[in-house]
Write a protein that binds this ligand. Structure first.
Ligand code: ADP
Ligand code: ADP
Length: 231
């Protein structure tokens, strides 16, 4: 069980010949162990930047990120036990779905072969990929790729799960199923999770609390009930 805390987290992008962009301008947030926080807000408000900093994929301009009370901002991405499923799925084209999943597991720790096979089968069943284990990414629809990406994040049994629009490429029926699965997985395994979404229904059905971002800050924070029922 894992607590995640952001303190005064900031990010300014600077590139030569262009004005600096203050993408994240001081975020304070504390997630309880096993909590699922929905992160909402208009495009460009800093949601992805926030996730990438937590994941260790983006440097931090200021502030701190604490996992169980310990700062992780000096730790490289591989050293943080985080499961990440972002829009750009980054599946390895030459590998099958099963190999892509196993790769996520092996990158994390040396696992026994039988153990890897069992875990791949288990997670594939949870997200409905059993029939696609021998397929290669090029042959998959974007919705299927998205489920592989989700499975690859989950298979590592991460302390923290970071999901950026994980259901955006699914059709309505798949979205319903995957959302239910995600909820069950979240309940069973108790990951501390941040889920970025544009979809209010997704946020309502999955999130314990919702944070609404705007212009690099958190404008509103509360239960779905508080956020959507407030005037
Ligand atoms: P969101 O995920 O909410 O759409 P982002 O975190 O992607 O927002 O972007 C926040 C702001 O930072 C935007 O103004 C975006 O253009 C800018 N930004 C994002 N990534 C970069 C980057 N690598 N270099 C410069 N600016 C960036
Ligand atoms: P998202 O949908 O996750 O918010 P974006 O479309 O904002 O993604 O950005 C996609 C990619 O482009 C990201 O890797 C981000 O870092 C980069 N990016 C976004 N805005 C800028 C920018 N103004 N300058 C340079 N890179 C950017």
């Amino acid at each position: 069980m894992t607590q995640l805390e952001l303190r005064e987290l900031r990010k300014t992008y600077r590139s030569r010949g262009r004005p600096a962009v203050d993408a994240v301008r001081g975020i304070d947030l504390a997630l309880r162990s096993g909590e699922l926080l929905g992160l909402l807000g208009p495009s460009g408000c800093g949601k992805s930047t926030t996730l990438r900093m937590i994941a260790g994929l983006e440097t931090v301009t200021g502030g701190d990120i604490l996992v169980d009370g310990r700062s992780v901002i000096q730790s490289p991405a591989q050293a943080r036990n985080m499961g990440v499923a972002f829009e750009n799925y980054a599946l390895y084209p030459p590998l099958t779905v099963a190999e892509n999943l196993a790769f996520g597991l092996k990158a994390r720790r040396r696992a026994a072969r039988g153990d890897v096979t069992r875990k791949v089968a288990d997670i594939a069943e949870r997200v409905g990929l059993t029939d696609l284990l021998d397929a290669r990414p090029a042959g998959l629809s974007s919705g299927q790729k998205q489920r592989v990406s989700l499975a690859r994040a989950l298979i590592r049994e991460p302390d923290v799960l970071l999901l950026d629009e994980p259901l955006s490429h699914l059709d309505a029926a798949q979205r319903d199923t995957t959302r239910r699965e995600l909820k069950r997985i979240q309940r069973d395994l108790g990951h501390t999770t941040i889920l970025v979404t544009h979809d209010q229904e997704e946020a309502l059905s999955l999130a314990d609390r919702i944070a609404v971002m705007r212009d690099g800050v958190i404008q509103q924070l509360g239960t779905p009930y508080e956020i959507y029922d407030s005037p």
